[in-house]
Design a protein around this ligand. Structure first.
Ligand code: ZN
Ligand code: ZN
Length: 582
């Protein structure tokens, strides 16, 4: 113990090592001290992996502890491949020095090397190690299995992770949590929620990590009623004070459109860290409450919490959503004060602020002259989108010539679709058709728009023109009734939103069948009068859907809350919280 306390710098560690070597092996504390020294060098933040490796190489009788510790340290290092290399030499029992026998891997070795595979997203290596585990007879070990689940999920293969999970004879809270987390990380939030429910039924008590994971799944899908159940559980177990659970709850309520509940949880959270503050500021910003977001930012600073990059993204989006160009510029400059360097996301917020205000000249100048980093495809697309919205045909023609968007990112559909739309807006149907052709040739498929709504704990998902739902007939009948009603209020389908060469009637019916309209129709059928309808959409809503929702909120006296890819729209009494800026 005394020795461990003596070591606080590498120089001290090295001195000690020299002393140990001098003292020779007759000293009975030699091995104990050497092991402490080695552990310090490999695992401490101020340790030195090269030095640890040096100790390992010079051991005459290395045991598996030394190897496992080294493999673990490498898997956490910036270069996890070294973890795999060392594992392989352990597996082959390769001699490092003549006459020195290398120990074989044991149940502690595998989880560390699997972690390295996960970090490298190397499924092939992971599978090979899985094969070795099967041969080694350790496959019934729970610890090893949990690591396998984690590895497959981390490599992006949640199906293989599930296979390991299913075949386990005994699962603990870590197994369940790794699997739930794996589903969330791999964009399968509905399965994550189902698995969580199964976990509760099977009597396994979730821990903080499980709750954080399932709350993320609820946030992704907008599953408010399940999120609320988790919240009651959190209160029951008295975990609500924990900052990480509090942050996950804030985020869940924000993303389910319940900003009041988010505020309440935020106020109750003790020891708010930068994540909790950022979740709240970002939530307020996305709900169009820019003033309040800025008040929270000031409060945060007065509590001596230092903002990080994400906080600044939230602050800049608050400025963007409110149309505050001057403030946005002030805050991006102030980042230096906190030793933060603005990233392309931060610059993107500023460009977007200019674009939304119709200041396309300023936006272009900012991209070309004021940014110290190269613009990416997203930034140019923001500007082009602005040209389309503000009808600046000349600029879009010039940009199309100057900026070779397709060369910058030829695998992203976004550029093709936007360019197609810009060409269509300039009346150039030939070029528009070419974009579609290019997309087909390159095998690119547009992400279909989809909207989710939760009714009684079940998530219903709709795509445009969807007729798969069991109640499809009802939904379409209701939608027709809705359309008749809003048309009487002066609704006129904005057919320019459907930039296809088809006639107006057909365009109108395509618009009517956008996924969020189907979801709202279903919501009106399934919920009691006066209940708010909450929808999560994966893409941005179109202008037509936006004006449709405003009228529906007034005619049917319903609050409609739609979360799209970028922000929230609270429709109430014919108005939207975004003030028609989106
Ligand atoms: Zn639409
Ligand atoms: Zn809106």
């Amino acid at each position: 113990m005394a020795l461990a306390m003596e070591i606080s710098t590498l120089a001290q560690a090295m001195q000690l090592h020299a002393r140990l070597l001098k003292s020779g092996q007759e000293d009975p504390t030699h091995f104990q001290n050497l092991s402490k020294l080695f552990t310090f060098s490999a695992l401490s933040p101020s340790g030195d992996l090269t030095y640890a490796r040096h100790i390992l190489t010079n051991l005459r009788t290395p045991n598996s502890y030394y190897y496992n510790t080294m493999i673990r340290a490498y898997s956490d290092s910036p270069d996890p491949t070294r973890s795999i290399t060392l594992f392989l030499s352990m597996h082959c029992r390769r001699e490092e020095q003549p006459g020195v026998v290398v120990p074989g891997p044991d149940k502690f070795t595998y989880p560390f090397v699997l972690k390295a595979c996960s970090k490298l997203r190397n499924t092939q290596m992971g599978k090979q190690i899985h094969g070795l585990i099967l041969k080694s007879g350790l496959i019934s070990d729970r610890y090893v299995n949990n690591a396998l689940i984690h590895m497959y999920a981390g490599c992006g293969d949640s199906s293989l992770a599930l296979k390991v999970f299913d075949e386990m004879s005994e699962r603990d809270v870590v197994s369940w949590t790794s699997m739930i987390d794996g589903f969330v990380d791999n964009n399968r939030p509905i399965e994550a929620i189902k698995l969580f429910e199964l976990m509760m039924e099977s009597g396994v008590d979730p821990n903080e990590a499980t709750l954080v994971s399932v709350l993320r799944a609820c946030a992704d899908t907008g599953a408010l009623s399940i999120g609320k159940k988790v919240h009651s559980f959190v209160k029951e177990k008295d975990l609500s004070m924990k900052a990480n659970v509090g942050t996950a709850l804030i985020d869940m309520y924000v993303k389910c459109g319940c900003i009041d509940d988010a505020r309440r949880v935020f106020d109750e959270t003790m020891d708010k860290d930068v994540y909790a503050w950022t979740a709240m500021i970002s939530g307020l910003a996305s709900h169009g409450l820019s003033e309040e977001a800025m008040e929270h930012f000031e409060l945060m600073k007065s509590c001596n919490v230092k903002p990080d990059e994400r906080t600044m993204t939230a602050v800049l989006s608050a400025c963007r959503n409110a149309g505050w160009i001057g403030k946005g510029l002030y805050h991006i400059r102030s980042m230096k004060k906190y030793k933060l360097r603005p990233t392309i996301q931060h610059y993107g917020c500023i460009v977007d602020t200019f674009v939304r205000a119709g200041q396309l000249d300023e936006a272009e100048q900012f991209i070309r002259k004021m940014m110290p980093i190269d613009p990416d495809v997203v930034l140019w697309r923001t500007l082009l989108w602005g040209c389309k919205v503000h009808g600046d045909v000349e600029r879009s023609k010039r940009l199309l010539k100057d900026v070779e968007l397709l060369k910058m990112d030829s695998r992203d559909c976004g550029s093709y679709i936007l360019l197609g739309n810009v060409y269509a807006a300039t009346g150039n149907w030939k070029e528009k058709a070419k974009m579609r052709e290019l997309m087909n040739q390159r095998g690119l498929v547009k992400t279909p728009g989809s909207s989710r709504i939760e009714i009684d704990g079940n998530i219903h998902e709709f795509t445009a023109g969807d007729s798969r739902h069991v109640e499809a007939e009802h939904i379409y009948a209701k939608l027709n009734e809705m359309e008749e009603n809003v048309r009487r209020e002066g609704y006129d389908p904005k057919v320019s939103e459907v930039l296809l060469e088809i006639d107006d009637d057909e365009k109108a019916s395509q618009l009517l069948h956008h996924s969020e309209k189907l979801a709202v129709s279903f919501g009106l059928i399934k919920t009691d009068p006066g209940t708010a309808i909450r929808i999560v959409k994966n893409l941005r809503s179109c202008e037509d859907c936006h004006s449709f929702m405003k009228l529906i909120s007034k005619l049917y006296q319903r609050e409609i809350i739609i979360r799209d890819r970028i922000r929230y729209h609270h429709f109430k009494d014919g108005e939207c919280s975004c003030g028609d800026r989106w």
